[in-house]
Design a protein around this ligand. Structure first.
Ligand code: ARG
Length: 468
């Protein structure tokens, strides 16, 4: 390797090359090489624009295009000699192009690595958002199958991890689907924010050359629904801000948190104490010591990786918080947490889908747990309200009834009519009918409630959304 720094594109004013330690410390090619396809796409667009405004001849454009196609091929075949000493993906590709054509010396005209990397990342975010949306749809589809299969299977719903009120597996699974549906929308918003072309911002202050920003934005697909070019509005903002990174990592974190809470439900339901579900062998593992164990590792790992994803968001927030405008080299560190968010969340979504597809509910166990009359204590208070008792008094009366059953060690339904009417004059006759679960669900037919018609309406809604 040469002693001076002429091998790097910024080497003109340097008489010594970076220390070996500095090369290792400063390189980003080990992780930003995954931007290669976006970088080449951006360069093709930039070259087309330069030719369009007369800064490249047709011949030079052709040579650059030919060279870039060859580079794409080499990268596709994993046959590209990435060089650490060339720092990053941009300089590796530019240098390699230079070896193919002298016209490459004109490619960086009116462009800085600052707007170049901002463009690459915006192209990455657009793809990442739509890929994550596809993965989300897969996971939602698997949850929807469970919701449909067990639409009316009753289980206890919990607050404070205490049995609260009966719900159905349909209702519970739809709760998770609604949350993931909002995540899906959130990625559309992030993709919309990514849809603005930074090229033409240069380092911070644009260029004196006659660049055509609209032209390149259109070539690269930064357009609105009517095909109008979408451009970043301020050159300093375009190269310095990382709110898009934060939004993306935040959308990933929120989705991961939703998956983590879903996982926690499954982990609890899979415990011997609950025993509501049977998880597939293919997504669980055994213990090296205890032969009887079958551990819910897939969901535990989703929970664990959620910590990692949220950590990535924190990493970005802290990295950016103290930076003066505009570009600072700290910003090179913005990519690993973003890539990790994307990779880990994609994996989590696929694993949840795979495991859900083979999860079986233990129907008898679920129904037994949901048949506890205490779960309908609130319905009994509602019953008293319908007889004319103010809710607070109704709540108190049912509370007394529960206390009585508890002190006698019997179930609510075993309390005699005499004892019940002693607590409230309205606790006569048909009060026991309240404990019929079917009745309880059929009385919950307003939007958002677990009544069977509500559940099937919402299942149909999501089926049509997901089949679009
Ligand atoms: N590898 C750099 C990064 O990702 C590219 C931008 C370099 N810009 C600069 N002014 N040194 O941040």
């Amino acid at each position: 390797m040469p002693k001076d720094a002429k091998h790097v594109s910024w080497g003109g004013r340097f008489s010594a090359q970076p220390d070996a330690l500095m090369q290792v410390f400063g390189e980003s090619v080990s992780f930003d090489k995954r931007l290669a396809s976006y970088d080449l796409k951006g360069s093709l667009g930039h070259a087309a624009m330069l030719a369009h405004v007369g800064l490249l001849s047709t011949e030079e454009l052709k040579e650059i295009e030919k060279g870039i196609l060859e580079l794409q091929e080499e990268i596709y075949k994993d046959d590209f000699p990435w060089k650490l000493e060339l720092e990053d993906v941009h300089m590796n590709l530019e240098q390699a192009l230079r070896e193919k054509t002298k016209a490459a010396d004109k490619l960086h005209t009116g462009r800085s690595r600052n707007d170049q990397v901002a463009t690459d990342m915006r192209l990455f975010f657009k793809d990442a958002c739509s890929n994550l949306q596809l993965s989300l749809e897969g996971a939602m589809q698997a949850l929807l199958s469970i919701a449909e299969k067990y639409a009316t299977l009753s289980i206890p719903g919990y607050t404070h991890l205490q049995r609260a009120q009966p719900v159905t597996v349909g209702h519970h699974m739809l709760a998770h689907i609604e949350a993931l549906g909002r995540d899906h929308e959130r990625f559309s918003v992030v993709a919309k924010h990514a849809n603005a072309c930074p090229l033409g911002s240069g380092a911070i202050a644009g260029s004196t050359l006659p660049l055509d920003r609209e032209y390149i934005a259109k070539v690269l697909g930064f357009v609105d629904h009517e095909g109008n070019a979408c451009l970043t509005a301020n050159g300093m903002d375009a190269v310095a801000d990382r709110d898009l990174f934060l939004e993306f990592a935040s959308a990933c974190s929120i989705t991961a948190i939703h998956l983590s809470r879903l996982s926690e439900d499954l982990i609890i339901w899979n415990s011997s104490e609950f025993d509501f579900v049977s998880l597939p062998d293919s997504f669980t593992t055994g213990s090296s010591l205890m032969p009887q164990k079958k551990n819910p590792d897939c969901y535990e790992l989703v929970r664990g990786k959620t910590g990692r994803i949220v950590g990535n968001l924190t990493n970005l927030l802290v990295a950016v918080k103290g930076l003066p405008l505009t570009y600072n080299r700290d910003l090179q560190e913005d990519k690993p947490p973003v890539f990790d968010c994307y990779d880990q969340l994609s994996l989590c979504l696929s694993v949840v889908k795979g495991c859900m597809e083979e999860t079986v509910f233990k129907e008898e166990k679920c129904e037994l747990a949901a048949s506890d009359p205490l779960l309908l204590a609130t319905d009994l208070a509602d019953f008293l309200v319908s007889k004319g008792l103010p809710f607070r008094q109704a709540h108190h009366a049912v509370g007394q009834l529960v206390g009585l059953a508890d002190s006698k060690g019997i179930s609510l339904t075993e309390i005699s009519n005499e004892e019940a009417s002693g607590i409230s004059e309205f606790l006569t006759g048909e009060w026991r009918e309240v404990f019929d679960l079917k009745r309880a669900f059929s009385m919950r037919e307003k939007p958002g409630m677990p009544g069977p018609r509500q559940i099937s309406t919402r299942i149909d809604h999501w089926k049509s959304v997901l089949s679009d």
